[in-house]
Design a protein around this ligand. Structure first.
Ligand code: VGL
Ligand code: ZN
Length: 199
């Protein structure tokens, strides 16, 4: 349908096996995502894109380990291993992802002091990425989301989109999650509660 966009979230080497923040089976979705893109009317890719020394990296917090939670001025923040550093091989899309038909690549997480999981807002839930305006002005009000990680960037993107009034479907077989302390089950509940269709 001409009002439907496929949003492909963070299918990058660092989120795939062998990468810095590998999501189990992350690479398994690539053939299916390619097939999905081949039939999509409009395609947007997102790319996690951090400067070196980003504040979400545990390496910037002495005495703290990856996967611990800290408090930032904007709320709780998981501390991650260094990942998706701008221009690094790990920040590149998975080498088998067919990106040529994508019309927009939205990069996020580039402000040193704030993380950005959602494709729409940074983690303060206020600073916009610009994606809402792009989709609205193109009349793309139905969104299908696929990608990594189900319980972080996919969930935050889907919930924000639903709150903004988009009709949102998450295609779970083309997503994989991190599952930190039950975050997978919680993410599915949150998406359902926000009115996101899970298929
Ligand atoms: C992501 C953790 C840190 C994601 C990005 O794409 O889900 N997760 N940065
Ligand atoms: Zn990140």
């Amino acid at each position: 349908m001409t009002d439907t966009a496929l949003i492909v979230i963070d299918v990058q080497s660092d989120f795939c096996p062998g990468g810095a923040l590998a999501v189990a089976g992350g690479d398994q979705i690539v053939p299916g995502v390619n097939a999905r893109m081949a039939e999509a009317a409009a395609i947007v890719l997102t790319q996690d894109w951090h400067p070196a020394g980003h504040s979400s990296f545990a390496s910037q917090h002495p005495g703290r380990a990856p996967m611990e939670v800290t408090r930032m001025p904007y709320g709780p923040q998981v501390l991650w291993p260094d990942h998706c550093v701008q221009g690094s091989p790990g920040a590149a899309f998975h080498p088998d992802l067919q990106i040529d038909r994508a019309e927009l690549i939205i990069r996020k997480g580039f402000r040193p002091a704030i993380d950005s999981y959602s494709a729409f807002f940074e983690n303060d839930h206020q600073t916009p990425t610009g994606l809402e305006g792009y989709l609205r002005t193109r009349g793309l009000m139905r969104l299908h989301m696929v990608g990594l990680a189900t319980d972080f960037c996919v969930k935050f993107s889907a919930v924000d989109a639903a709150k903004l009034g988009f009709e949102v479907t998450v295609e779970l077989e083309l997503c994989r999650g991190i599952d930190l302390d039950g975050s997978m089950a919680a993410a599915l509940d949150e998406m359902r509660a926000a009115g996101v269709a899970l298929v």
